[in-house]
Design a protein around this ligand. Sequence first.
Ligand code: FE2
Length: 259
Amino acid sequence: MSTTNEQPDTDTDGVRRIYDPVADTPLRYRRDPPEAHPSLDYPPYKSTQLRHPKEPLVYLPHTVTEITGPQLDRTLALKETDHDLTVQAQGEPIGERIIVSGHVYDTEGKPLRDTLVEIWQANAAGRYDHRWDRWAAPLDPNFHGAGRCLTDSEGRYEFTTIKPGPYPWGNHYNAWRPAHIHFSLLGRAFTQRLVTQMYFPGDPFFPYDPIFNSVRDERARERMISTFNIHQTRPNWAQAFNWDIYLRGPASTPFEEAF
Ligand SMILES: [Fe+2]
């Protein structure tokens, strides 16, 4: 079945179909294995000790409320500059310009179009433009660190931004977060809501970061790391990193709080 008059429902390889919000809404979503997502209580990540549930979770049945969700489209009032964090202020931000792009897929590898992708991040010095962030790194008046876009008809998103710096966070002695970008996706159903972090390849802080390592499955951790793509760099302008996001299923991107 085709979702629009012009849009074929398969790629040239005949494998992936464009998501149809009616025909493809399942009756329920399969729950992912627990090791694919961070533990709610992970003692090395200190604040989880205070905020994790003390009792076993009670899994409620999926009803229409959970299997349907926000139906966003191009009428959402996105600004031209929302996906380019380097042009949102008067001047040029400081740091390494990067293009971060990828596809958003559903459980069965179907690209999800019109999915709202939101990001927030620290600046090149590792500092957030937020009143609670007071560590001794400079703010950049030309970088606020927030962006959003909708995926296109092939489920693709793209941001232009500045590579964030690592920052100390006080969890334990000399604790530093690896450089990362926070992502939020709404998906097609409220059970697909995803909040997670994208990392950069080869970061030396990976072995020391309890947030990264709270995802116990090594292959699941690797799914949080972007890949450098020389072919998508913009010569004399920007580096490029790819990161595909799977909202559910065996290749699911780890959620910060799975449910
Ligand atoms: Fe962060």
